[in-house]
Design a protein around this ligand. Structure first.
Ligand SMILES: [Zn+2]
Length: 279
């Protein structure tokens, strides 16, 4: 090999690399997209955790601290998504949502939840509650159950996590969000929340003013009622959205109240469960 050839080879390698990089990046982007569209974003989960912490009984506060130490509900809330990067947690894939068929009334939804034997966000929340209540669970098991509980209660109150199987909870309902390609699931996981331009503590403080009667009703809700509320919200969202719709200012105006209500309800729902575990 001539020295010149060697130089050429190196410059070819560099050129090759230049061309390879975007391909690798593309792959990362493609792989990242479905993960990205899988749960309330960081903000949504933290808002739910932060609000829940304002409704805890003294016993529940102590119970949570015994399990999580100095980790707050808000900061523990995203662990359930972070572990998706580790394949040993793949078995939890279905724990984040429940696909409920269209056109069910309340009794129909309750019945579906009672009889659906697949792992879903509803029956796994109940399982985590049982682990946390059990005297036989180890500290490690309780920590995992607590982190997953906090996360999953957030998901359960994200309307598109109780949505339809045929479009993967709105992941296949393609829309644009301020001109960028997106889908209905992702808009509700992240875009609408991020659009409000608030930190999670600002957000939680800003919306934590439920009407007294409303709060009373939510505090008496069973977990099934919360799922049904989320399901009703998803039906409203489906009814108002056409495929390929261009969503922007008007969509935010129309749905920000529903978004905030679901976040607030999520916080109350989580507090209800924790207050019950440590009663
Ligand atoms: Zn999730």
């Amino acid at each position: 090999m001539e020295p010149g050839d060697y130089k050429n080879m190196i410059s070819m390698k560099i050129k090759e690399r230049k061309y390879r990089f975007p391909a690798v990046l593309m792959l990362v982007v493609v792989l990242y997209l479905p993960l990205d569209a899988a749960a309330w974003g960081m903000l949504g989960h933290r808002i739910v955790g932060q609000i829940a912490s304002t409704y805890l009984s003294p016993k529940a506060k102590k119970g949570v601290k015994d399990v999580l130490g100095n980790e707050s509900l808000a900061m523990a809330s995203n662990w359930g998504d972070l572990i998706k990067s580790d394949p040993s947690y793949d078995y939890m894939y279905n724990w984040h949502f429940v696909n409920i068929p269209a056109n069910l009334d309340r009794e129909g939804v309750f019945k579906f939840l009672e009889t659906d034997k697949q792992a879903n966000v509803y029956n796994k929340v109940l399982e985590m509650v049982a682990i946390l209540k059990s005297k036989d669970s180890t500290g490690d098991k309780k920590r995992m159950a607590m982190r997953m509980l906090i996360h999953m209660v957030g998901d359960l109150n994200q309307p598109m996590h109780t949505a339809r199987k045929e479009d993967l909870g709105g992941n296949k309902v393609y829309v644009t969000w301020f001109g960028e390609k997106s889908n209905l699931h992702r808009v509700w996981d992240e875009s609408l929340i991020e659009y409000q331009q608030l930190s999670f503590t600002e957000y939680a403080t800003a919306i934590n003013y439920p009407e007294i009667d409303q709060l009373k009703a939510w505090r008496n809700n069973s977990l099934k009622h919360f799922v049904y509320g989320s399901y009703q919200a998803c039906n409203r969202i489906y009814a108002a959205t056409r495929p390929e719709q261009k969503l922007s200012y008007r969509y935010n105006f129309e749905f920000v109240d529903l978004l905030n209500e679901q976040l607030l309800k999520g916080g109350v729902c989580l507090a209800n469960l924790l207050n019950d575990i440590y009663r």
